[in-house]
Design a protein around this ligand. Structure first.
Ligand SMILES: [Zn+2]
Length: 310
């Protein structure tokens, strides 16, 4: 269990969901113990911005890191891809203040990484092992991290809209599960909120190409959903990305009810602030829990509609 990086530089472009403007981004190999680092190449030789909780700037509607007035927003789906596929060290060069939105999921970033290879470095990987429960509560929701022998996510959402309602999703994270169950789940939003954002000059890049939009009684996107429970899968994807702000993979169970970026980041902060609650463990072999996962997968509802069911 060693640290990893990418073999070669890979390049992608898209638009920023906030600005609606083009963004070019490259993922570059980085040395062991670099972590995930952003470099705003449009701002000259600025300092690198680590994708870590101590650089967290904002969590409203997306996750943003910043340093000395330079920020990078909407990092969560990219971080989720690194965390999900087991990539520890990457230098991300970007020419704008937000990661491109692509199709609102992590699928394009998985495809991008598949253009090169994940290579192993000599340094051992370190995990942050949860030693005792930590918990936060906010506005009727909660988030907690519990000791557990693998990287479990138990995400529970509860929306008033009957189009979403209550949905729960449980996964023991590894690269296979990430690719199959999480990467393709898209961002979603309500039409009334999108219209409100647009009227204020916000979310200018959001469209049916990168957001599942919910009207009063139906999904507006003509292609429908990719999974019957795409909403909770996306919230799980977000949590995988936000928990990467810890700076190392977390060995433990993360549970949230009515969570979101704010609570995901807050639980990382809460854990790391309590030195009795965690420790670094080196290269511990994380047990595979395929059997358990397969049992759960049987219980998951099959995709109900939409042409894209893989
Ligand atoms: Zn998201």
């Amino acid at each position: 269990m060693h640290q990893t990086t990418l073999r070669d530089r890979v390049v992608v472009s898209g638009i920023g969901v906030h600005s609606g403007k083009p963004v070019a981004m490259s993922l570059n190999p980085a040395e062991a113990d670099t972590g995930i680092v952003f470099h705003r190449i449009d701002a000259g030789a600025g300092e690198p911005i680590h994708a870590r909780i101590d650089r967290l700037h904002a969590t409203d509607s997306c996750t943003t890191v910043a340093l000395n007035g330079l920020s990078v927003a909407t990092i969560e789906h990219l971080l989720a891809t690194f965390n999900g596929l087991g990539i520890d060290n990457v230098l991300v060069e970007i020419d704008a203040a937000e990661v491109p939105m692509m199709d609102g999921s992590a699928a394009a970033f998985v495809d991008l990484i598949d253009q090169t290879e994940i290579v192993t470095l000599t340094a051992p990987r370190r995990f942050i092992k949860v030693l005792k429960p930590v918990r936060i509560e906010h506005a009727g929701g909660f988030a907690e991290l519990l000791p557990f022998e693998s990287r479990r996510f138990e995400i529970d959402i509860d929306f008033e809209s009957p189009l979403i309602g209550r949905q729960a999703f449980v996964v023991d994270l590894d690269a296979t599960v990430f690719r199959r169950d999480l990467a393709r789940a898209r961002t979603f939003g309500f039409l009334k909120d999108v219209e409100f954002y647009w009227s204020r000059g916000l979310a200018l890049g959001s469209s049916l190409d990168n957001t599942v939009v919910l009207g009063d009684d139906k999904v507006i996107n003509p292609e429908g959903l990719r999974f019957a429970d795409e909403f909770v899968r996306h919230k799980t994807l977000d949590a995988v990305g936000d928990l990467a702000l810890a700076g190392a993979p977390i060995l433990g169970a993360y549970r949230s009810y009515r969570g979101g970026h704010r609570m995901n980041a807050k639980i990382v902060e809460t854990l790391l602030a309590d030195s009795d609650a965690w420790t670094f463990v080196e290269a511990a072999s994380v047990p595979k829990r395929d059997v358990l996962h397969d049992q759960m997968a049987v219980r998951l509802p099959a995709a109900a509609f939409g042409p894209d069911k893989s």
